[in-house]
Structure formats: C-alpha cells, structure tokens
Design a protein around this ligand. Structure first.
Ligand SMILES: Cc1cc2nc3c(=O)[nH]c(=O)nc-3n(C[C@H](O)[C@H](O)[C@H](O)COP(=O)(O)OP(=O)(O)OC[C@H]3O[C@@H](n4cnc5c(N)ncnc54)[C@H](O)[C@@H]3O)c2cc1C
Length: 383
C-alpha cells in the first residue's frame, strides 16, 4: 500500500494538481479534503457572473461526488484540517480524526483582508472570495439598488463594472488616488476611472472609510473627511492574505505566504504548497496562470519525477468590459520607469529599465491589441 497524496483545498490549485497528477498516474491514491463544499468552479467567474447570467448554482461545474468519480479520488467536503504533524506524517481534522499522508499538498488559498472598521454595520459588510460568499452576495442583492465597494483594486473594479452593467448604482471607495493603484501607472488609473465613471460607477478616491453603521435597512459609511455615503450593501475588496497558519503551527517557514522553493516544496520534504497560499521563491502570485504552471510541475514531482516550476510572463486580463485592460506588472524588486502613451482611445504604458528592456506593461482600451507582441518581449517571472 502506498500512502496517499493528500491535497488540502478544493480551489483551482487543489483541482489543478489532482487533474495533472491523474494524467501522469491513474492509480496513485489521492484524497482531497476541503473546508468548503469541495465542488469545482472557476473563481474568476464570480466577478462577472451578473453580466454572464450565471448564479452560484450554475457556476458550479461539478459537485464533490461528480469530481471524485471523474478524477478517481476520494473527496471529503466540509473537513477542516487543524493540525499538520510533520514528524508522524499525519494531519488531524477538526473532529479529531487523523490521516496519514505520503505526500501533502497545501492548496489553502487566501483570506480576504477585513479592515478594522468601527460601527454597527461592520458585521454586515460582505466580501466575495468563494462560491458560498457569492451565493450570499446574490441573495443580498435581491430588491436592492445601491452598492458601495471598499477597495478599487482588480476585484473591486471588476465587481463595480459587473454591478453597474446589471443596473445597480455603484460607489467605489479607495484610500489611494486612483483605481488599480498597485497595477497601473497614474495615466492608466485615470483612463479606467474615466471609462468606469462613464459607465455609471461613482468613485470616491483619497477616501478612508472609518465606520460603517446600519441605520434601518441602510448602510451608512463615514469617511475620515466627515462625508457620509449611504447604500444598501457594502462589499469589501481590499486585498488578500495567504492562509499560512496551518503551516506556521506545523513549524514550516512562512513569510508573506507559505515559503516554498522552485519545486513547490516546503522545508518538510514531502509537504508542498501551491496557489494563493504559497510564496514561491519569494513571489506571491494570486492568479490562475501561476497555478496552471505550478500544478504541472508539482504533479510531475509527486509522481516521482522532480520538476521545478518555471513561470513565463503571465499577463492578467482585468474583466472590466467598460475598459478592456491587460497588465503584466513588473517584479517588485526591479527598478525602471513607466513610459506612457495615452490618447482618448487607450493607454500604452511600458515599464523599462535603463537599458530599454521591457520589464512590464499596462495596456488599456485600444492598446490591448498589442498584448501578444509585448508579452513576447517580457522576461520570464521565474526562469
Ligand atoms: C472575485 C475574484 C476574481 C478573480 N479573477 C481573476 C482573474 O480574472 N484572473 C486570475 O488570474 N485570477 C483571478 N482571481 C484569482 C484566482 O481566482 C485565484 O488566484 C485562485 O482561484 C486561487 O485558487 P486557490 O486554489 O489557491 O485558492 P482557493 O480557491 O481560495 O481555495 C482554497 C481552498 O482551501 C480550503 N481550505 C482552506 N483552509 C482549509 C483547512 N484548514 N482545511 C481544509 N481546507 C481548507 C478552502 O475551503 C478552499 O477549498 C480572482 C479572484 C477572485 C476572488
């Protein structure tokens, strides 16, 4: 008997590893445990599901039973794992049950960050980070009109576009001076702000939300400036925090994420991490493409053929149809400058080093057509 590969988490990362592993080995025992329903769905579709006419039910591609038979593995939904013991190669579930692993894959994802806000409405602030959250969000939207979104990053802007297209009145609040401040230079931020505003989104920038109060059926957001914004629903999308606690209490190294080398391997030689919870060679990349590349490499390693992950340039499409946008942000530790060409049709921003090498880009509007040609010039993210 071979001890099983146990995968913790049923998100895109957990399922990508299971799928790739099955392509390489039809028989290796695989057990997937997940705190949630463990069904398969595509998380990126949550932020444009109103426009695409999908609900939480129709976004589910396969429930745990269907996926278990499709991938010939055991899937145990609603199982929270509380302890990883690297000495005995066991995990412990919330109910005390212990399971032995041959190899363990941590695909635990990330939590939405909750701002430390004051007020009587704080408990009612919603965030959407998984299919169950999305179901609650859709229920909450029934008969409502006005939504305030705290956070003008990628997820906040995508929800704003989706909601305004579906006929809601949308406020977006951000502490920064522009939307997508971590991904776009100012000219790009101004362009997407203008396009989303033209579609009906109302931006409040330089705006620090201090408190959220429930007043009757309404939510009152009070800003540091003293201004109050009223709405029916408040959605928070201020960033993600990799889930590292299970790893750190197991004695594994964590930094921003669970620290792994290019083999996706933690300090414990038969424990690996992948997806939003992982920090691969210093990089936390909470997107789908890194998962796709990492899952192929990890599956090879798990099936006995040690394989490092390599990341090519991996541009991210921002799902804001009001302003087509694609970004390939420069690595945080490189230095260079943005060179920007902007007109009323779009923005082409190239991030270059002193020698003129392209290290990143942001393309908006008509400029997105240059995506393929520019991506070909970018260096790999992890060679
Ligand atoms: C609204 C939205 C839109 C997005 N759009 C895009 C996009 O357009 N393009 C793009 O590239 N990326 C996008 N992303 C990011 C992308 O979806 C994520 O990078 C990816 O889905 C992360 O997958 P994951 O499996 O690592 O994590 P998750 O999907 O979070 O899965 C984590 C799993 O771990 C389980 N788990 C956690 N703790 C435990 C425990 N203790 N015991 C057992 N199970 C546990 C959870 O139940 C869950 O099943 C978007 C994200 C969001 C939220």
């Amino acid at each position: 008997m071979i001890d099983p590969v146990i995968i913790l988490g049923s998100g895109l990362a957990g399922y990508a590893v299971a799928r790739e592993l099955r392509k390489l080995d039809a028989e290796l025992p695989i057990i997937m445990l997940s705190e949630d329903h463990a069904g398969f769905y595509s998380k990126p579709m949550l932020s444009n599901a109103l426009t695409t006419g999908k609900t939480a039910q129709t976004l589910l591609n396969g429930d745990a039973d269907k996926m278990a038979s499709q991938l010939n593995m055991t899937i145990r939904p609603h199982c929270r794992v509380t302890v990883v013991d690297t000495a005995s190669n066991t995990i412990t579930l919330e109910n005390g049950e212990q399971l032995l692993y041959g190899q363990l894959v941590l695909a635990l994802g990330a939590d939405q960050i909750r701002l430390p806000l004051q007020g009587t409405g704080v408990e009612q602030i919603l965030s959407v980070n998984d299919l169950d959250d999305y179901g609650s969000f859709r229920d909450a939207l029934v008969d409502k009109k006005q939504i305030s979104i705290i956070g003008a990053g990628l997820i906040g802007c995508e929800f704003a576009n989706d909601l305004v297209t579906a006929g809601f009145q949308v406020n977006v609040l951000d502490i920064g001076t522009q939307p997508l401040g971590r991904l776009l230079p100012p000219a790009g931020g101004a362009f997407i702000q203008q396009k989303l505003a033209a579609a009906g989104v109302f931006f409040h920038l330089n705006a620090t939300t201090q408190s959220v109060d429930k007043v009757g059926e309404r939510m009152h957001l009070t800003l540091a400036s003293g201004e109050t914004i009223e709405s029916d629903i408040v959605l928070s999308s201020v960033g993600l925090q990799p889930r590292t606690q299970l790893a750190s209490t197991a004695g594994l190294q964590v930094n921003r994420g669970i620290v792994v080398n290019q083999m996706l391997q933690t300090q414990s030689e038969n424990i690996y991490a992948i997806g939003d919870c992982a920090e691969v060679e210093g990089k936390v990349l909470p997107f789908v493409m890194p998962i796709t590349h990492a899952a192929r490499a990890l599956a090879a390693t798990l099936s006995g053929n040690s394989t490092p992950v390599h990341y090519p340039a991996m541009p991210v499409m921002v799902k804001t149809p009001a302003c087509p946008t694609v970004v390939s942000p420069p690595d945080f530790n490189v230095s260079g400058e943005w060179l920007v060409e902007a007109d009323e049709d779009g923005v082409k921003a190239l991030y270059q080093d002193e020698a003129g090498n392209l290290l990143g880009y942001a393309l908006l509007g008509a400029a997105v057509k240059e995506k393929m040609a520019l991506t070909a010039q970018l260096p790999p993210i992890l060679a």
